[in-house]
Design a binder for this molecule. Structure first.
Ligand SMILES: Cc1cc2nc3c(=O)[nH]c(=O)nc-3n(C[C@H](O)[C@H](O)[C@H](O)COP(=O)(O)O)c2cc1C
Length: 209
């Protein structure tokens, strides 16, 4: 399957086949695509919670405005944005770079300084907005990777923030669920799979200058 075939086949599933679970190795591959996502300054200001427990999925159903995906999906991934990107977080990022690339920490000093001064200029709210943008890049990669693995998805931000954060034990002083992705296999009776894609014509979407 080419990537365009995968993207054409992909649609936002409204109802999954509850009997079909996504195998663990495919979930691992899809998560690897999330791990390889680009992020601003490389800081990855997010974490992913993979809900496979039926009991937790059950608890989450009322937290969604359109719950048919949650009650039928195989897995639900919640992408959690973080705004506690302070000196401790940046420090451990630089230790990681130093170890991974075998570069002495001192040599990374100027890079660290420039990242810290950029982050220091942002308010907590601005950091959260910035972190959310990074989370959505992860979402795109997850969806794309899943499509190439023949795994169906529905991106979902139609949830009650307070409810979902509470159920997933999110520390709301420093993080929040940005967006979620339900994964599974489309149910035959989900008629959305047979709808034509509605997209702007190229001349309204692309401008060549
Ligand atoms: C960030 C984001 C959030 C979305 N949230 C929901 C949602 O909460 N519920 C839902 O049924 N669809 C949701 N969608 C699916 C969109 O409605 C869908 O992508 C759009 O209508 C295009 O259709 P397609 O994905 O089937 O091609 C969301 C899509 C994105 C990208």
């Amino acid at each position: 399957m080419t990537y365009l075939e995968a993207l054409n086949r992909r649609y936002s599933v409204k109802k999954f086949n509850k009997e079909k679970k996504v195998p663990a190795e495919l979930i691992a591959n899809i998560l690897e695509a999330a791990k390889l996502s680009a992020s601003s300054l490389g800081l990855q200001p997010y974490e992913l919670i993979v809900v496979e427990s039926e009991a937790v999925k059950e608890q989450l159903i009322p937290a969604f405005y359109n719950p048919s995906q949650i009650s039928t999906c195989s897995h639900l991934i919640a992408i959690v944005s973080k705004n506690n990107i302070g000196s401790e977080y940046i420090g451990s990022y630089f230790n990681h770079i130093s170890e991974t690339r075998e570069i002495p920490l001192e040599e990374l000093g100027p890079f660290r300084q420039s990242i810290s001064s950029h982050i220091d200029r942002l308010s907590e709210e601005e950091i959260m907005i910035w972190a959310d943008k990074q989370s959505y890049i992860v979402l795109g990669n997850l969806m794309f990777a899943a499509a190439l693995e023949n795994v169906d998805t529905c991106p979902m931000e139609g949830f009650k923030q307070v409810e979902i954060d509470r159920i997933l034990n999110i520390d709301i002083t420093k993080e929040k669920v940005a967006v979620t992705l339900a994964l599974g296999y489309r149910a035959d009776e989900d008629h959305f799979q047979r709808f034509k894609k509605v997209r702007k014509p190229n001349e309204h979407l692309f401008k060549f200058i």
